[in-house]
Design a protein around this ligand. Structure first.
Ligand SMILES: O=C(O)[C@H](CS(=O)(=O)O)OP(=O)(O)O
Ligand SMILES: [Mg+2]
Length: 236
């Protein structure tokens, strides 16, 4: 198995995904939110790039969720805080999600044979699912506004660590992936601190979303692996 890591959406050329399994990572907060929503019983998540597309789907019974500048979009039922996606709120619902980076990243990865969503919450489950799909793997760090985001790179390193431990075949890693594996190994005793000190973490704290960082910093608390099927993300 060969593993490549793409540092941000900006670097995500379509040809990097062909014949591969793509793992999209947006720890703060979109992919953590997707995992939490599906864990809480949401039926599906429809990732869209614009607020207008989301509003159009509201008439078809979708629950609208997402953020701009970290805050809930006016008229939407939910923002991008994983803690708001409780069973009471989302069980049985079809959700449309639009966020600044994460949902854009899912769209960039759509050329892949399979598209999975990962965060710290489901890293090991996601690595296992990727191994079962028997393709080379490309990890797409969503990043922030086209730049690399530390929390996504750290999670990529964690998933590479798990892929290496669990794969029965030999594993080759590109240079950026090797660097992210090193980042994970040097951070594993202080994951929450790394998230808090990251640019995205500082921004979320400033905006009053510090509690979300605590939730997103949990390792392997979920066995849910969101998987793209057509336009929808469902439990894989
Ligand atoms: O809602 C979030 O945490 C971010 C917003 S921003 O890019 O940090 O302003 O969006 P996401 O798509 O989850 O990275
Ligand atoms: Mg992010």
């Amino acid at each position: 198995m060969h593993i490549e890591v793409i540092s941000s959406v900006n670097e995500a050329r379509a040809d990097r995904f062909t014949h591969r399994t793509a793992i999209v990572i947006d720890v703060l907060r979109a992919t953590s939110t997707m995992i939490t929503a599906l864990q809480a019983g949401a039926v599906s998540i429809y990732p869209v790039e614009t607020v207008l597309e989301a509003r159009t789907l509201q008439r078809q019974g979708y629950m609208l969720a997402g953020e701009r500048f970290c805050r809930k979009i006016p008229g939407f039922e939910l923002g991008n805080s994983p803690n708001d996606f409780t069973p009471e709120v989302v069980q049985g619902r079809r959700i449309v999600l639009t966020t600044t980076n994460g949902t854009r990243a899912v769209h960039k990865a759509m050329r892949a044979d399979f598209v999975l969503s990962a965060a710290l919450l489901n890293a090991t489950a996601c690595a296992k699912a990727a191994i079962e799909l028997r393709r080379d793997v490309v990890l797409l760090c969503a990043g922030c506004h086209d730049d690399f985001a530390l929390e996504d790179g750290l999670c990529a390193g964690l998933i590479i660590d798990r892929l290496k431990a669990l794969s029965s075949s030999s594993v080759g890693i590109d240079d950026f992936g090797t660097a992210m594996l090193g980042l994970y190994h040097s951070s594993k005793e202080c994951v929450a601190e790394r998230l808090t000190a990251s640019s995205s973490g500082k921004r979320l704290i400033k905006m009053g979303f510090g509690r979300d960082i605590e939730s997103c910093a949990q390792l392997d608390t979920s066995g849910i692996v969101p998987k793209l099927q057509g336009d929808m993300i469902i439990v894989g």
